[in-house]
Design a binder for this molecule. Structure first.
Ligand SMILES: Cc1cc2nc3c(=O)[nH]c(=O)nc-3n(C[C@H](O)[C@H](O)[C@H](O)COP(=O)(O)O)c2cc1C
Length: 187
């Protein structure tokens, strides 16, 4: 697949909103419409070689789903469909996470790390880490070597920064994702 696939989990719709903004900014020519992982089987995601994956944070840094107290199926239920870890070598993946930094300052966007680690362990190339500047948090499992493992968004208290953050992040990840999509399409 030579387009970018955008997939998300959500409980209350905010991650969907950000996925839609990302899609609009990237454009239909290079990215397919965002899809909720609670509606798909693994093969639909695995069809893409360039992926943007989004998740909210629930629980104490778990992958969101019923185990983290969610009412809707989310990434946990999607990943449970895999009978064995897939080989993601050659795929390029960027992650974004939603969280609430004031209320959950000690675990801001921590679920993002759990999702990231799951895909990284399967051999995917990860792009799109993000500076911690501008966030007021005491701890996040998603910070590795001083940077978030993906773009983190707090739509409630920092929604005014979302567009500029998305634009800067897209400028960072787009060439890498397009390269991965083209590489595999040409192979
Ligand atoms: C019960 C509950 C637990 C939450 N836990 C966290 C958390 O641990 N860390 C965090 O940053 N945000 C946490 N949040 C905030 C959500 O991740 C945030 O509101 C997000 O935008 C929701 O995305 P969604 O609308 O796509 O589900 C929590 C919210 C609720 C209601």
């Amino acid at each position: 697949m030579n387009k970018i696939g955008i997939f998300f989990g959500t409980e209350t719709g905010t991650t969907r909103l950000i996925a839609k903004k990302l899609h609009k900014k990237l454009g239909d020519d290079i990215a397919d419409k965002p899809v909720n992982v609670n509606r798909i089987v693994p093969a639909e995601l695995l069809a893409y070689d360039a992926l943007i994956l989004g998740t909210p944070s629930y629980g104490v840094g778990e992958i969101p789903g019923r185990g983290a107290g969610c009412l809707e199926p989310n990434w946990e239920e999607f990943l449970a469909q895999f009978t064995a870890p897939p080989n993601l070598a050659g795929k390029c993946v960027a992650f974004f996470g939603l969280g609430a930094q004031e209320r959950y300052a000690d675990r801001f966007c921590s679920s993002l790390r759990a999702l990231h680690d799951r895909f990284q362990a399967c051999g995917a190339e990860i792009v799109g880490d993000w500076a911690t500047d501008g966030y007021a948090v005491t701890h996040s499992a998603s910070v590795v070597h001083g940077r978030f493992v993906g773009l983190v968004i707090d739509q409630r208290t920092q929604g005014m920064h979302t567009d500029e953050r998305l634009d800067a992040w897209i400028a960072q990840i787009k060439p890498r994702l397009l390269e991965a999509a083209a590489r595999v399409a040409a192979a």
